[in-house]
Ligand binder design. Structure first.
Ligand code: SF4
Ligand code: SF4
Length: 476
């Protein structure tokens, strides 16, 4: 929906859990390696003294690879059986990589881990291929053509790994876990991710992509990354429509690389692929690129979720113009059963400044009227939250603009306003990352990330605490 906005979803932490890993995917071709066994006792002692052999990990690897662990001495098992099968003694040593990149070790019959500990480390040999994990792989992204990708950053869909029109939920989940494993083991297989990693490292503004990737992650981070694997498929980002009534100047929808073979998602096929598994869905973001309410069946799908996915939290991002009365009713009905949040992307406080980003024909008043109608339909029986998403540009960040957006938001019945810094097309000069103006902006705000603050309209405080307004607030 909005390429300036990155959801700030707090990932579930499974740190410390035994990693859930499908190692059968990483067996690879047979290794032409045999342990010579000449110094078995000494080799066991070397590994034991080093103290990093991971028994839990190793046992799990054996189970997943169907390798019989017929001795309580796992180090001995690794030396005599595991290394030749390509098993790893710990997260930070890749047996297969070390053997295939050090022919002398492989041919000598030395155990690769022992060799590394005794000689390789000092000689500067690498214990593993360059590795990284990505915290952004939080949602499966499904676009209107049914393609499935592992994250919402990959707007060019270079990392597409499946298609929901052709594959079941179970197959896609299986592939997603494989993707995560592959990304860790062999990132070169995914040029989109490698490019993304470069962007992470090269980004100086720190507005997006930073912190998504962790290069050479620590053991706990790796466990966390793989621990999440079993949860990931409960989170989805579905694109109901890949067309839009607005013409935001930096929207990727207008990029020549934006490719979809159909404009509206086929919700029936999506539901068929999910089947009974729809009950497991915990988070559904019903937007990506395009205006979700341009798909006439979006409300129907929402109701389907409300009836079949009791624990789901649904988020829409809409510019509001197509949010008609019927949609509003559907949203309110669904919100009586499940939690629904509507992000209203309106990047201006009036028709004059909104058009500078969202296009000359964008209907600001209509969008606001629709949101206002939705807000009035709500009552205490629904869990429906309405948030104004406001990207700060050079043309909509004056005191007058900010007071106007606050006043319009209060009148229309929003709950919150979130203000975003952006890098393009004409970033706010008044508010910049790490500036005093940005740090001090927003009375009684919540800081969501370095470039996002949230202002709660029910707090009773004005956005800009000038004397008169502060007085009004304190008298409430
Ligand atoms: S053109 Fe539409 S989809 Fe693109 S950013 Fe604007 S409102 Fe969102
Ligand atoms: S590295 Fe980048 S492109 Fe790859 S999954 Fe992560 S966020 Fe997406």
């Amino acid at each position: 929906m909005d390429n300036n906005l990155i959801p700030d979803e707090k990932a579930t932490t499974n740190c410390g859990e035994t990693p859930v890993i499908n190692l059968q995917y990483i067996e690879g071709p047979a290794l032409d390696y045999h342990y010579n066994g000449k110094n078995l006792r000494a080799d066991i002692a070397t590994i034991r003294e080093h103290g990093h052999f991971n028994h839990v990990w190793y046992k799990k690897c054996c189970e997943l690879r169907n390798i019989t662990l017929d001795t309580p001495n796992m180090i001995q098992h690794y030396l005599t059986v595991g290394a030749a099968a390509g098993l790893d003694p710990e997260h930070n040593f890749d047996t297969r990589f070390y053997l295939t990149s050090n022919n002398d070790v492989r041919l000598s019959g030395h155990n690769p881990y022992v060799h590394y500990l005794k000689y390789g480390e000092q000689a500067g040999r690498k214990p593993y291929r360059h590795k990284f994990i990505c915290k952004e792989m939080n949602y499966l992204v499904i676009t209107t053509d049914g393609d499935v990708s592992p994250c919402c950053v990959d707007v060019r869909k270079q990392n597409t790994f499946g298609n929901i029109y052709q594959e079941s939920y179970a197959e896609l989940q299986h592939k997603f876990i494989q993707y995560r494993m592959d990304l860790f083991r062999n990132p070169q297989k995914y040029p989109g991710c490698v490019e993304c990693l470069h962007n992470c490292q090269g980004s100086s503004g720190g507005m997006r992509l930073v912190d998504y990737c962790t290069v050479q992650p620590q053991r706990a981070q790796i466990a966390d990354f793989f621990g999440k694997a079993k949860l990931m498929s409960t989170r989805f980002h579905i694109e109901p429509a890949s067309i839009c009534n607005a013409t935001c100047s930096t929207c990727f929808i207008f990029n020549k690389d934006f490719r979809r073979s159909q404009e509206l998602i086929d919700f029936e096929k999506v539901a068929r692929s999910f089947g009974e598994k729809i009950r497991e869905v915990s988070h559904m973001q019903l937007f990506f690129y395009g205006e979700p309410f341009m798909n006439p069946r979006t409300g129907e799908f929402l109701n389907y979720l409300a009836d079949h996915a009791p624990d789901v939290k649904v988020i829409f991002s809409t510019n509001g113009v197509y949010l008609k009365a019927q949609h509003a009713q559907e949203l309110v009905e669904a919100a009586k059963k499940i939690s629904v949040t509507v992000w209203s992307s309106l990047h201006g406080s009036n028709q004059q400044n909104v058009r500078l980003y969202m296009g000359d024909t964008f209907q600001f008043e209509k969008a606001l009227k629709n949101i206002s109608y939705l807000s009035r339909l709500r009552d205490e029986s629904c869990q429906l939250e309405i948030v104004w998403k406001y990207v700060l540009f050079s043309w909509n960040d004056s005191d007058a603009d900010l007071r106007e957006v606050e006043q319009r938001a209060r009148t229309a019945g929003y709950d919150q306003i979130e203000f975003y810094l952006t890098k393009q097309p004409s970033p706010s000069r008044r508010f910049t990352l790490n500036s005093e103006a940005w740090k001090n902006f927003g009375h009684n705000k919540e800081v969501l990330s370095e470039n996002v603050i949230r202002y709660n309209l029910n707090s009773g405080y004005p956005i800009l605490p000038d004397n008169d307004q502060a007085l009004i607030a304190s008298n409430r």
